[in-house]
Design a protein around this ligand. Structure first.
Ligand code: C6P
Length: 414
Protein backbone atom coordinates (compact mmCIF):
# COMPACT_ATOMS: atom_id res chain seq x y z
CA UNK A 1 0.00 0.00 0.00
CA UNK A 2 1.46 3.37 -1.04
CA UNK A 3 2.87 5.21 1.94
CA UNK A 4 2.97 2.34 4.38
CA UNK A 5 5.91 0.45 2.92
CA UNK A 6 9.46 0.96 4.07
CA UNK A 7 11.14 1.70 0.76
CA UNK A 8 14.79 2.17 1.61
CA UNK A 9 17.59 -0.31 2.26
CA UNK A 10 18.33 0.98 5.75
CA UNK A 11 21.24 -1.38 6.50
CA UNK A 12 23.06 -0.13 3.40
CA UNK A 13 22.26 3.51 4.18
CA UNK A 14 23.38 3.21 7.81
CA UNK A 15 26.76 1.92 6.67
CA UNK A 16 27.30 5.41 5.19
CA UNK A 17 26.68 7.08 8.57
CA UNK A 18 29.42 5.87 10.95
CA UNK A 19 28.24 8.34 13.62
CA UNK A 20 25.10 6.24 14.13
CA UNK A 21 27.14 3.18 14.99
CA UNK A 22 28.07 4.16 18.54
CA UNK A 23 26.86 3.89 22.10
CA UNK A 24 25.58 6.81 24.15
CA UNK A 25 25.34 6.40 27.90
CA UNK A 26 26.14 2.72 27.42
CA UNK A 27 23.21 2.20 25.03
CA UNK A 28 23.15 2.03 21.21
CA UNK A 29 22.46 5.51 19.86
CA UNK A 30 18.93 6.02 18.53
CA UNK A 31 19.03 9.37 16.74
CA UNK A 32 15.58 10.94 16.43
CA UNK A 33 16.40 14.61 15.96
CA UNK A 34 17.01 15.03 12.24
CA UNK A 35 14.45 17.85 11.97
CA UNK A 36 16.92 19.94 14.00
CA UNK A 37 19.90 18.81 11.92
CA UNK A 38 20.61 15.61 10.04
CA UNK A 39 23.68 13.41 10.17
CA UNK A 40 26.12 13.40 7.23
CA UNK A 41 26.96 10.42 5.00
CA UNK A 42 30.51 9.51 3.97
CA UNK A 43 30.16 10.81 0.37
CA UNK A 44 29.44 14.32 1.73
CA UNK A 45 32.40 14.19 4.12
CA UNK A 46 34.61 12.81 1.35
CA UNK A 47 33.55 15.46 -1.19
CA UNK A 48 34.50 18.22 1.25
CA UNK A 49 37.75 16.58 2.29
CA UNK A 50 38.68 16.10 -1.33
CA UNK A 51 38.32 19.83 -2.00
CA UNK A 52 40.42 20.73 1.04
CA UNK A 53 43.08 18.19 0.06
CA UNK A 54 43.30 18.65 -3.70
CA UNK A 55 41.19 21.50 -5.09
CA UNK A 56 41.14 24.29 -2.51
CA UNK A 57 41.60 27.92 -3.49
CA UNK A 58 39.28 30.93 -3.29
CA UNK A 59 36.54 30.96 -5.91
CA UNK A 60 35.84 33.61 -8.58
CA UNK A 61 39.21 35.26 -7.98
CA UNK A 62 42.21 33.34 -9.19
CA UNK A 63 43.00 32.75 -12.83
CA UNK A 64 45.19 29.82 -11.84
CA UNK A 65 44.09 26.18 -12.16
CA UNK A 66 43.31 25.44 -8.51
CA UNK A 67 40.97 28.41 -8.20
CA UNK A 68 39.30 27.48 -11.48
CA UNK A 69 38.79 23.95 -10.21
CA UNK A 70 37.15 25.13 -6.97
CA UNK A 71 34.99 27.62 -8.92
CA UNK A 72 33.88 24.89 -11.35
CA UNK A 73 32.82 22.66 -8.47
CA UNK A 74 31.01 25.52 -6.75
CA UNK A 75 29.11 26.24 -9.97
CA UNK A 76 28.33 22.54 -10.42
CA UNK A 77 26.88 22.43 -6.88
CA UNK A 78 24.60 25.36 -7.72
CA UNK A 79 23.42 23.58 -10.88
CA UNK A 80 22.74 20.34 -8.96
CA UNK A 81 20.66 22.19 -6.40
CA UNK A 82 18.73 23.99 -9.13
CA UNK A 83 17.90 20.64 -10.76
CA UNK A 84 16.98 19.09 -7.41
CA UNK A 85 14.21 21.62 -6.79
CA UNK A 86 13.18 22.04 -10.42
CA UNK A 87 14.51 25.61 -10.75
CA UNK A 88 14.70 26.78 -14.39
CA UNK A 89 18.37 27.82 -14.16
CA UNK A 90 21.25 27.87 -11.66
CA UNK A 91 21.12 31.69 -11.55
CA UNK A 92 17.91 31.41 -9.50
CA UNK A 93 19.85 29.77 -6.66
CA UNK A 94 21.45 32.12 -4.12
CA UNK A 95 23.68 30.54 -1.48
CA UNK A 96 23.11 31.82 2.04
CA UNK A 97 24.26 30.56 5.45
CA UNK A 98 20.92 28.89 6.21
CA UNK A 99 17.15 29.32 5.82
CA UNK A 100 17.16 32.01 8.52
CA UNK A 101 19.59 34.15 6.54
CA UNK A 102 17.61 33.57 3.34
CA UNK A 103 14.42 34.83 5.03
CA UNK A 104 16.25 37.84 6.45
CA UNK A 105 17.65 38.55 2.99
CA UNK A 106 14.07 38.63 1.69
CA UNK A 107 12.89 40.83 4.55
CA UNK A 108 15.66 43.33 3.84
CA UNK A 109 16.21 43.19 0.09
CA UNK A 110 12.65 42.42 -1.01
CA UNK A 111 10.12 43.50 1.60
CA UNK A 112 11.87 46.67 2.86
CA UNK A 113 12.25 47.74 -0.73
CA UNK A 114 8.88 46.84 -2.25
CA UNK A 115 6.36 47.08 0.63
CA UNK A 116 4.87 50.39 1.75
CA UNK A 117 3.22 51.47 5.02
CA UNK A 118 -0.29 50.02 5.20
CA UNK A 119 0.58 47.05 2.98
CA UNK A 120 -0.33 43.67 4.39
CA UNK A 121 1.86 40.66 4.98
CA UNK A 122 0.42 37.24 5.74
CA UNK A 123 2.19 34.51 7.67
CA UNK A 124 0.73 31.66 9.71
CA UNK A 125 0.36 30.61 13.33
CA UNK A 126 2.63 27.61 12.84
CA UNK A 127 5.80 29.37 11.68
CA UNK A 128 9.30 28.80 12.96
CA UNK A 129 10.82 31.98 14.46
CA UNK A 130 12.92 32.32 11.29
CA UNK A 131 9.74 33.00 9.34
CA UNK A 132 8.14 35.04 12.10
CA UNK A 133 10.56 37.45 13.77
CA UNK A 134 11.95 39.10 10.58
CA UNK A 135 8.36 39.99 9.58
CA UNK A 136 7.46 41.28 13.05
CA UNK A 137 10.51 43.53 13.00
CA UNK A 138 9.66 44.74 9.50
CA UNK A 139 6.00 45.34 10.40
CA UNK A 140 6.94 47.48 13.41
CA UNK A 141 9.58 49.42 11.55
CA UNK A 142 7.55 50.14 8.40
CA UNK A 143 3.92 50.17 9.59
CA UNK A 144 3.14 47.05 7.67
CA UNK A 145 0.08 45.08 8.77
CA UNK A 146 1.08 41.56 9.82
CA UNK A 147 -1.71 38.95 9.79
CA UNK A 148 -1.68 35.30 10.74
CA UNK A 149 -3.46 32.43 8.97
CA UNK A 150 -4.85 30.35 11.86
CA UNK A 151 -4.63 26.61 12.31
CA UNK A 152 -7.64 24.38 12.86
CA UNK A 153 -8.04 22.11 15.90
CA UNK A 154 -6.42 19.36 13.82
CA UNK A 155 -3.33 21.49 13.22
CA UNK A 156 -3.80 22.31 9.54
CA UNK A 157 -3.99 25.78 8.03
CA UNK A 158 -7.51 27.10 7.60
CA UNK A 159 -8.03 27.94 3.93
CA UNK A 160 -11.38 29.55 4.79
CA UNK A 161 -9.56 31.96 7.06
CA UNK A 162 -7.06 32.64 4.27
CA UNK A 163 -9.94 33.84 2.10
CA UNK A 164 -11.02 36.29 4.77
CA UNK A 165 -7.49 37.54 5.39
CA UNK A 166 -6.44 38.16 1.78
CA UNK A 167 -7.14 41.68 0.54
CA UNK A 168 -6.08 43.97 -2.28
CA UNK A 169 -3.37 45.23 0.06
CA UNK A 170 -1.80 41.82 0.68
CA UNK A 171 1.67 42.13 -0.84
CA UNK A 172 3.46 39.12 0.58
CA UNK A 173 2.49 35.68 1.92
CA UNK A 174 5.08 33.49 3.64
CA UNK A 175 4.42 30.04 5.06
CA UNK A 176 6.09 26.77 6.03
CA UNK A 177 5.59 23.91 3.57
CA UNK A 178 5.97 21.47 6.50
CA UNK A 179 5.65 22.52 10.14
CA UNK A 180 8.64 21.59 12.31
CA UNK A 181 6.28 21.02 15.27
CA UNK A 182 2.94 19.79 13.96
CA UNK A 183 4.49 18.01 11.01
CA UNK A 184 1.60 19.32 8.92
CA UNK A 185 2.26 19.27 5.18
CA UNK A 186 0.52 22.27 3.63
CA UNK A 187 -0.50 21.96 0.00
CA UNK A 188 1.12 25.12 -1.37
CA UNK A 189 -0.95 25.28 -4.59
CA UNK A 190 -4.21 26.87 -3.35
CA UNK A 191 -2.38 29.42 -1.17
CA UNK A 192 -0.02 30.43 -3.98
CA UNK A 193 -2.85 30.67 -6.52
CA UNK A 194 -5.03 32.84 -4.29
CA UNK A 195 -2.12 35.05 -3.25
CA UNK A 196 -1.17 35.61 -6.88
CA UNK A 197 -4.77 36.49 -7.72
CA UNK A 198 -4.57 39.48 -5.36
CA UNK A 199 -1.12 40.39 -6.68
CA UNK A 200 0.87 39.18 -3.66
CA UNK A 201 4.24 37.42 -3.85
CA UNK A 202 4.76 34.12 -2.04
CA UNK A 203 7.68 32.78 0.00
CA UNK A 204 7.74 29.08 0.90
CA UNK A 205 9.81 28.04 3.91
CA UNK A 206 10.82 24.59 2.70
CA UNK A 207 13.29 23.87 5.53
CA UNK A 208 11.33 20.76 6.52
CA UNK A 209 10.18 19.71 3.05
CA UNK A 210 13.11 19.87 0.61
CA UNK A 211 15.11 17.34 2.70
CA UNK A 212 12.19 14.91 2.87
CA UNK A 213 9.99 14.94 -0.24
CA UNK A 214 9.98 15.88 -3.91
CA UNK A 215 9.73 19.67 -4.26
CA UNK A 216 9.45 21.45 -7.59
CA UNK A 217 9.47 25.24 -7.54
CA UNK A 218 8.21 25.56 -11.13
CA UNK A 219 5.19 23.35 -10.47
CA UNK A 220 4.55 25.18 -7.19
CA UNK A 221 4.97 28.56 -8.89
CA UNK A 222 6.24 30.10 -5.64
CA UNK A 223 8.15 33.37 -5.99
CA UNK A 224 10.78 32.47 -3.41
CA UNK A 225 11.68 29.31 -1.50
CA UNK A 226 14.24 28.80 1.26
CA UNK A 227 15.93 25.86 2.98
CA UNK A 228 19.06 24.87 4.92
CA UNK A 229 21.74 22.39 3.85
CA UNK A 230 22.38 20.94 7.29
CA UNK A 231 18.91 19.38 7.53
CA UNK A 232 19.41 17.44 4.28
CA UNK A 233 22.68 15.56 4.83
CA UNK A 234 24.77 18.63 3.96
CA UNK A 235 27.13 20.60 6.16
CA UNK A 236 26.26 23.54 8.39
CA UNK A 237 26.82 27.09 7.13
CA UNK A 238 25.14 26.66 3.75
CA UNK A 239 21.54 27.44 2.87
CA UNK A 240 19.57 28.24 -0.25
CA UNK A 241 17.32 31.02 -1.47
CA UNK A 242 15.51 30.23 -4.69
CA UNK A 243 13.93 33.22 -6.37
CA UNK A 244 12.29 33.94 -9.72
CA UNK A 245 14.99 35.59 -11.77
CA UNK A 246 13.14 38.82 -12.55
CA UNK A 247 12.47 39.36 -8.83
CA UNK A 248 16.08 38.68 -7.85
CA UNK A 249 17.19 41.09 -10.55
CA UNK A 250 14.83 43.81 -9.33
CA UNK A 251 15.99 43.51 -5.72
CA UNK A 252 18.85 45.54 -4.25
CA UNK A 253 21.68 43.59 -2.59
CA UNK A 254 21.47 42.50 1.05
CA UNK A 255 25.14 42.58 2.08
CA UNK A 256 27.77 44.55 0.20
CA UNK A 257 31.52 44.14 -0.35
CA UNK A 258 33.66 41.86 -2.49
CA UNK A 259 32.31 39.58 -5.23
CA UNK A 260 28.86 41.19 -5.35
CA UNK A 261 29.93 44.14 -7.51
CA UNK A 262 30.77 44.10 -11.21
CA UNK A 263 32.86 47.24 -10.80
CA UNK A 264 33.39 50.05 -8.32
CA UNK A 265 35.08 53.44 -8.59
CA UNK A 266 35.12 56.56 -6.42
CA UNK A 267 31.63 57.46 -7.62
CA UNK A 268 30.05 54.20 -6.56
CA UNK A 269 29.52 50.50 -7.28
CA UNK A 270 27.67 48.58 -9.95
CA UNK A 271 26.09 45.35 -8.82
CA UNK A 272 27.14 41.99 -10.13
CA UNK A 273 24.62 39.77 -11.94
CA UNK A 274 22.36 37.44 -9.97
CA UNK A 275 23.03 35.33 -8.00
CA UNK A 276 26.46 36.79 -7.19
CA UNK A 277 24.87 40.16 -6.33
CA UNK A 278 23.62 38.42 -3.15
CA UNK A 279 26.81 36.57 -2.28
CA UNK A 280 29.10 39.20 -0.78
CA UNK A 281 32.50 38.05 0.45
CA UNK A 282 34.14 34.65 0.19
CA UNK A 283 31.25 32.21 0.06
CA UNK A 284 31.03 28.89 1.92
CA UNK A 285 31.99 27.12 -1.29
CA UNK A 286 33.33 23.92 0.29
CA UNK A 287 30.01 23.64 2.15
CA UNK A 288 28.12 24.29 -1.09
CA UNK A 289 30.09 21.46 -2.74
CA UNK A 290 29.22 19.27 0.28
CA UNK A 291 25.56 20.16 -0.21
CA UNK A 292 25.90 19.20 -3.87
CA UNK A 293 27.13 15.75 -2.76
CA UNK A 294 24.16 15.53 -0.34
CA UNK A 295 21.80 16.26 -3.23
CA UNK A 296 23.49 13.50 -5.28
CA UNK A 297 23.00 11.10 -2.38
CA UNK A 298 19.31 11.94 -1.96
CA UNK A 299 18.72 11.87 -5.73
CA UNK A 300 20.23 8.37 -5.95
CA UNK A 301 17.75 7.18 -3.31
CA UNK A 302 14.94 9.02 -5.08
CA UNK A 303 12.86 11.62 -3.22
CA UNK A 304 9.57 9.72 -3.70
CA UNK A 305 11.17 6.74 -1.91
CA UNK A 306 12.50 9.01 0.85
CA UNK A 307 9.01 10.42 1.38
CA UNK A 308 7.39 7.00 1.32
CA UNK A 309 9.87 5.63 3.88
CA UNK A 310 9.29 8.57 6.21
CA UNK A 311 5.55 8.34 5.84
CA UNK A 312 5.72 4.68 6.84
CA UNK A 313 7.97 5.58 9.80
CA UNK A 314 5.55 8.32 10.86
CA UNK A 315 2.52 6.04 10.59
CA UNK A 316 4.30 3.43 12.70
CA UNK A 317 5.38 6.01 15.30
CA UNK A 318 1.87 7.46 15.54
CA UNK A 319 0.49 3.97 16.07
CA UNK A 320 3.09 2.90 18.66
CA UNK A 321 3.06 6.19 20.60
CA UNK A 322 -0.72 6.22 20.86
CA UNK A 323 -0.46 2.89 22.73
CA UNK A 324 1.36 4.63 25.59
CA UNK A 325 -0.96 5.87 28.31
CA UNK A 326 -0.61 9.60 28.93
CA UNK A 327 0.97 10.36 25.54
CA UNK A 328 -0.77 13.08 23.57
CA UNK A 329 0.17 13.51 19.92
CA UNK A 330 0.28 17.12 18.73
CA UNK A 331 -0.75 17.76 15.13
CA UNK A 332 -2.54 15.72 12.46
CA UNK A 333 -2.80 11.97 13.05
CA UNK A 334 -3.02 11.17 9.34
CA UNK A 335 0.50 10.31 8.12
CA UNK A 336 -0.48 11.29 4.55
CA UNK A 337 -0.52 14.97 5.53
CA UNK A 338 2.35 14.71 7.96
CA UNK A 339 6.12 14.91 7.47
CA UNK A 340 8.51 12.76 9.49
CA UNK A 341 8.03 14.75 12.68
CA UNK A 342 6.07 13.43 15.67
CA UNK A 343 5.60 15.89 18.51
CA UNK A 344 3.98 14.78 21.74
CA UNK A 345 3.55 15.41 25.44
CA UNK A 346 3.52 12.93 28.31
CA UNK A 347 1.01 13.68 31.00
CA UNK A 348 2.51 15.44 34.06
CA UNK A 349 6.09 15.15 32.76
CA UNK A 350 8.08 18.14 31.54
CA UNK A 351 9.45 17.44 28.04
CA UNK A 352 12.98 18.39 29.19
CA UNK A 353 12.85 15.78 31.98
CA UNK A 354 11.53 13.28 29.49
CA UNK A 355 14.29 14.02 26.95
CA UNK A 356 16.91 13.64 29.70
CA UNK A 357 15.50 10.26 30.76
CA UNK A 358 15.35 9.11 27.13
CA UNK A 359 18.95 10.23 26.61
CA UNK A 360 19.98 7.89 29.43
CA UNK A 361 18.55 5.14 27.21
CA UNK A 362 20.53 6.36 24.18
CA UNK A 363 17.43 7.91 22.55
CA UNK A 364 18.04 11.47 21.26
CA UNK A 365 14.88 13.56 20.85
CA UNK A 366 14.31 17.31 21.00
CA UNK A 367 12.36 19.03 23.77
CA UNK A 368 11.23 22.64 24.14
CA UNK A 369 9.34 25.02 21.90
CA UNK A 370 11.41 24.11 18.81
CA UNK A 371 11.74 27.81 17.91
CA UNK A 372 7.97 28.00 17.41
CA UNK A 373 6.91 29.80 20.57
CA UNK A 374 3.88 31.60 19.11
CA UNK A 375 2.54 28.20 17.96
CA UNK A 376 3.06 26.77 21.46
CA UNK A 377 1.20 29.77 22.92
CA UNK A 378 -1.60 29.09 20.44
CA UNK A 379 -1.65 25.41 21.52
CA UNK A 380 -1.61 26.38 25.22
CA UNK A 381 1.64 24.48 25.80
CA UNK A 382 4.99 25.62 27.19
CA UNK A 383 7.00 22.87 25.62
CA UNK A 384 6.70 19.58 23.76
CA UNK A 385 8.84 16.54 23.00
CA UNK A 386 9.63 15.76 19.37
CA UNK A 387 10.93 12.69 17.58
CA UNK A 388 11.87 13.17 13.93
CA UNK A 389 12.92 10.66 11.30
CA UNK A 390 15.15 10.48 8.28
CA UNK A 391 16.48 8.00 5.75
CA UNK A 392 18.61 6.14 8.34
CA UNK A 393 15.80 5.50 10.82
CA UNK A 394 14.00 2.18 11.00
CA UNK A 395 10.98 0.82 12.90
CA UNK A 396 13.33 -0.55 15.60
CA UNK A 397 14.15 3.10 16.47
CA UNK A 398 10.47 3.75 17.21
CA UNK A 399 10.37 0.57 19.32
CA UNK A 400 13.40 1.83 21.29
CA UNK A 401 11.66 5.19 21.80
CA UNK A 402 8.50 3.54 23.10
CA UNK A 403 10.44 1.21 25.36
CA UNK A 404 12.41 4.16 26.78
CA UNK A 405 9.12 6.02 27.32
CA UNK A 406 7.77 3.11 29.39
CA UNK A 407 10.98 3.12 31.44
CA UNK A 408 10.67 6.89 32.00
CA UNK A 409 7.08 6.46 33.14
CA UNK A 410 8.12 3.77 35.56
CA UNK A 411 10.95 5.90 36.96
CA UNK A 412 8.58 8.87 37.40
CA UNK A 413 5.65 6.71 38.55
CA UNK A 414 3.39 8.21 35.86
N1 C6P B 1 14.26 24.14 12.70
C1 C6P B 1 14.17 22.47 14.45
O1 C6P B 1 14.68 21.78 15.33
P1 C6P B 1 18.05 27.31 10.20
O2 C6P B 1 18.25 27.35 11.69
O3 C6P B 1 18.17 28.66 9.57
O4 C6P B 1 18.88 26.27 9.54
O5 C6P B 1 16.53 26.81 9.96
C2 C6P B 1 15.49 27.57 10.47
C3 C6P B 1 14.17 26.91 10.26
C4 C6P B 1 13.24 27.54 9.46
N2 C6P B 1 12.05 27.00 9.21
C5 C6P B 1 11.69 25.81 9.72
C6 C6P B 1 10.36 25.23 9.39
C7 C6P B 1 12.59 25.11 10.55
O6 C6P B 1 12.22 23.93 11.06
C8 C6P B 1 13.86 25.69 10.85
C9 C6P B 1 14.81 25.01 11.78
C10 C6P B 1 15.05 23.35 13.61
O7 C6P B 1 12.96 22.44 14.22
C11 C6P B 1 16.00 24.14 14.44
S1 C6P B 1 15.22 25.27 15.53
Amino acid sequence: MMGNEFMLDIARIRADFPILNQSVNGKPLVFLDSAASSQKPLPVLQAMEEVYRYAYANVHRGVYRLSELATERYDQARAKIARFIGAPEPECIVFTRNATEALNLLAYAYARHFLKPGDELLITELEHHANFVPWQVLARERDIVLKFIPITAEGVLSLDALEALLTERTRLVSFAHVSNVLGTITDPAPIIQRAHQVGARVIVDASQSVPHMPVNVMEMDCDFLVFSGHKMLGPTGIGVLYGKRDLLEAMPPFLTGGDMISMVDFDGPQWNDVPLKFEAGTPAFVEAIGLGAAVDYLSALGMPAVRQHEQAMTAYALERLSEVNGVRIIGPTDSRIRGGVVTFTLDRVHPHDLATLLDAEGVAIRAGHHCAQPLHIRLGLNATARASFYIYNEPADVDALVEALYKAKLALRR
